[in-house]
Design a protein around this ligand. Structure first.
Ligand code: HH2
Length: 287
């Protein structure tokens, strides 16, 4: 079981918001925008100004069909950005490569965001936090007809097993993440969100990343049936982040930080006690 003194690093007011910063040419939403390290650092500082608690720096896209990136290229993309941002904000490194995780920690990252749920030995060795995300298959194949008997139970059991192994290895801060969109159909994604309580009930703090993902494009399609493009998926992103926070997620990973921080504050206030039940919700205009 998680150590209760370290298992819930959320603030009392609201859950944590992790801002996404992809230093890649091909990420599904912000690919190519922040490849220049100076632009990436400026963007990272914008996320901080918007209220991000953590900036998640990634140098390899994990979108369905994405190609592998050699470690040397991934290092070239992420290290200057991690180094420049880490004096200003907590930085996580979004990677599946041990060498990249270790080097990023060497220049200031304190959380390894691991979509392969396999890098806990690095986190243990380096004394940093670790996110274990569930995925089925690899980006090249993961959306080819993924199947589960019981998606919620399978995801929960794998994550609980990995988290326990990481704790045994000495990792002090462990997050579990259902991996929305990673080897999951639209229905699997919805089942996982609706069944989030099962993950929360493990006692490990839960991170959820739905931001601008493809299933929100499908659900947000116009009357013509054409899926909404990534930059028009804010309504679904906010709705699912809010829902996940309400169901007990301790952190959400998002592109739209300012809007999500507002939503997280509201959920935090409501979870602390709805008006009429002893809470002190106040309005400036008396409404
Ligand atoms: N999703 C993506 C990447 N990393 N990490 C965690 N813990 N949870 C997620 O849901 C998650 C993740 C995919 O989104 P994005 O980084 O925006 O795109 P890309 O993989 O194309 O770079």
């Amino acid at each position: 079981m998680p150590d209760p003194t370290t298992a819930d690093p959320t603030t009392p007011d609201r859950a944590l918001v992790m801002g996404i910063l992809n230093v890649t040419p091909d990420s599904f939403s912000d690919g190519g925008r922040w490849l220049d390290p100076d632009l990436a650092v400026t963007r990272g500082l914008e996320l901080v100004a918007e209220g991000a608690d953590i900036v998640d720096v990634g140098g390899e896209s994990t979108r369905p069909g994405a190609a592998d990136v050699p470690a040397a290229e991934e290092l070239r993309r992420v290290l200057p950005v991690v180094e420049a941002l880490s004096p200003h904000v907590r930085v996580s490194i979004d990677t599946t490569k041990e060498s990249v995780a270790e080097a990023a920690v060497g220049v200031g990252a304190t959380l390894v965001n691991d979509v392969s749920a396999s890098l806990w030995p690095v986190a243990a060795r380096c004394g940093v936090g670790w996110v274990a995300m569930h995925r089925k298959g690899t980006p090249a194949t993961m959306q080819d007809d993924p199947r589960y008997d019981d998606v919620v139970a399978e995801v929960r059991d794998l994550l609980a097993d990995r988290a326990a192994r990481a704790a045994d290895a000495g990792v002090r801060e462990i997050w579990i993440d259902p991996g929305i969109g990673f080897g999951k159909t639209l229905d699997h994604n919805l089942e996982l969100l609706a069944g989030l309580d099962a993950l929360v009930a493990t006692g490990w703090p839960v991170l959820v990343g739905t931001s601008r993902k493809g299933f929100l494009g499908v659900l947000g399609a116009g009357a013509d049936g054409v899926p909404a493009p990534p930059d028009q998926r804010l309504p679904g992103s906010l709705a699912t982040a809010t829902y996940a926070l309400h169901r007990g997620a301790g952190m959400v990973r998002v592109h739209d930080v300012a809007a999500t921080v507002q939503a997280a504050l509201l959920v935090g206030r409501l979870r602390a006690g709805a008006p009429g039940t002893g809470s002190t919700l106040e309005t400036e205009d008396g409404s």
